[in-house]
Design a protein around this ligand. Structure first.
Ligand SMILES: [Zn+2]
Length: 488
């Protein structure tokens, strides 16, 4: 027990030392006072409990014959232990997210059984029992045995939130690396440095103002949203399409629907990327819904705009398509927020949804070909090709993790981030070793060509964001051209 707890304290000390050298990475003002107090309390409690338990272990290992004198010497510390344990318990109670309630239970039992601390031998026994229970807790985190159903074991493994406490502590001083993140927060194994682990909404929002591995993702879409606001307020009203070809009120409405949807999509993305590393899983998954919803809103409105222009001479048919698209869009947003659709078994429904949304666009194009003629439609839709080109190129980077997948400054894990990996490592008893790994640098790590800088700028998600903005701007200019062609 002592050695394990000792290593916890050692880790904390290392963290503090490392933290001093990384002070430039954080803005002290970004850490609110409550968190500071909390963290101070946490460190105090950890060091107290560590020294007390180490002390006990040393004393308990001595000869029984010597106990009388020893017991007398440390009986008075019992009150302080109980107080410490009470503080630990209240700390745990305030932090349900830590998922350490089994530890809380152990302390409860200790208090319940051992209210008579005037008898030294009972006290020794109870401390031994507590020690054994804590050791057991540390070893297994109350996990069901390997023989239990794999799903049960997996849920329990995920509930333990390995690395959670140290991630919280480290995040006060410096950025985390990939291996310091709890498993549930790991997504792209090629992005090694620059992770935040935000403790509050305030720290998630203030992370906009210092550099980390999501800074480019946040600012590309924030600036993109500002530019779209400029397009809506100044560029579109002064455009040739607006002034010369005089689209109707409905046309303006459709144009503003697209611009507003694009701004919503980009701003939802900004919100998600500000919150990707919030230290609470339930809040994190809620903010992930913003990102999915934003994408759905953008795709739906893009399809509605093309339906509106291509079927302008057939108002009934157009109305039908627009209504179907709105329904599909609402279903998509509902799916993004409903926990059922986030499950693996709902994957087929999610795929069907995006296929049907894309299908609506294709059907409206075919209908337009049918009621007009093919050359008219090809001419009308051709400005959209640039926009498609941007989106498709973005998807290639998004899916391939290029260029970070060719980085050579650190060794990259062979594992995929998945439930199967957790189970495989757990079965072979390698999970803890894997979760406690640290980045291993190669001999190329100082070279620019090793892409050591890819965590901070230029990675696949940064490029995906830039291509999305290209796609949005491409669609805006395509709409201007399509209005022009439709009214010529
Ligand atoms: Zn993104």
């Amino acid at each position: 027990m002592a050695s394990t707890t000792g290593s916890t304290i050692l880790d904390t000390q290392n963290i503090n030392n490392e933290g001093k050298s990384h002070k430039r990475n954080i803005s002290k003002s970004s850490i609110d006072m409550d968190i500071d107090k909390f963290e101070l309390m946490e460190n105090l409690i950890l060091s107290k409990i560590d020294s007390l338990l180490t002390n006990f272990e040393n004393k308990l290992s001595m000869e029984v014959g010597e106990t009388a004198a020893i017991i007398k010497s440390y009986t008075p510390t019992y009150t302080s232990i109980v107080n410490t344990l009470k503080s630990v318990k209240s700390y745990l109670n305030k932090n349900h997210q830590y998922n350490l309630h089994p530890l809380s239970q152990i302390i409860d039992e200790f208090e319940y059984h051992d209210n008579d601390h005037t008898e030294p031998s009972k006290f020794i026994k109870s401390i031994q029992l507590l020690n054994a229970q804590l050791t057991d807790f540390e070893k297994h985190h109350n996990l069901p045995s390997l023989a239990t159903h794999p799903n049960e074991r997996l849920i329990a493994l995920k509930d333990t939130l390995y690395n959670y406490d140290s991630a919280m502590t480290i995040s006060n001083f410096r950025h985390l690396n990939f291996f310091e993140l709890p498993f549930q927060w790991r997504e792209n194994k090629f992005i090694i440095y620059g992770y935040r682990f935000a403790k509050s909404h305030v720290s998630a929002i203030t992370s906009l103002f210092y550099w980390h591995n999501e800074t480019v993702n946040i600012w590309t879409h924030l600036l993109g949203a500002c530019y779209l606001l400029y397009l809506g307020l100044f560029d579109y009203p002064n455009s040739n399409t607006y002034q010369i070809y005089g689209p109707s009120k409905n046309d303006h409405l459709i144009m503003y629907l697209f611009i507003t949807s694009a701004i919503i999509c980009l701003m939802f993305s900004v919100i998600w990327h500000s919150y990707t590393n919030i230290g609470y899983l339930n809040i994190r998954s809620k903010f992930a819904c913003f990102d999915y919803s934003g994408i759905t809103i953008l795709i739906t409105s893009s399809i509605i705009t093309t339906e509106h222009i291509s079927l302008k001479d057939y108002p009934n048919m157009r109305l039908m398509f627009v209504i179907c698209s709105i329904i599909a869009g609402l279903v998509g947003i509902g799916m993004a927020w409903h926990p059922y659709f986030d499950k693996p078994e709902s994957r087929i429904i999610r795929i069907l949804f995006f296929v049907s949304l894309a299908g609506l666009g294709v059907i409206s194009f075919l209908c337009s070909c049918f009621v007009h003629n093919i050359s008219y439609c090809l001419n009308l839709f051709s400005p959209l090709l640039f926009s498609f080109g941007w989106y498709l190129s973005g998807v290639v980077f998004y899916g391939s993790f290029f260029p970070e997948c060719i980085r050579s400054d650190v060794e990259i894990d062979n594992f995929q981030i998945s439930d199967e990996t957790i189970m495989k490592l757990d079965k072979s008893n390698q999970l803890l070793t894997y979760l406690r790994k640290q980045p291993k640098h190669t001999c190329h790590s100082n070279k620019f060509s090793s892409l050591w800088w890819i965590d901070w700028i230029g990675n696949s998600h940064n490029l995906w964001h830039i291509f999305v903005i290209g796609g949005v701007l491409g669609h805006y200019h395509a709409l201007l051209e399509m209005f022009k062609r439709a009214y010529q």
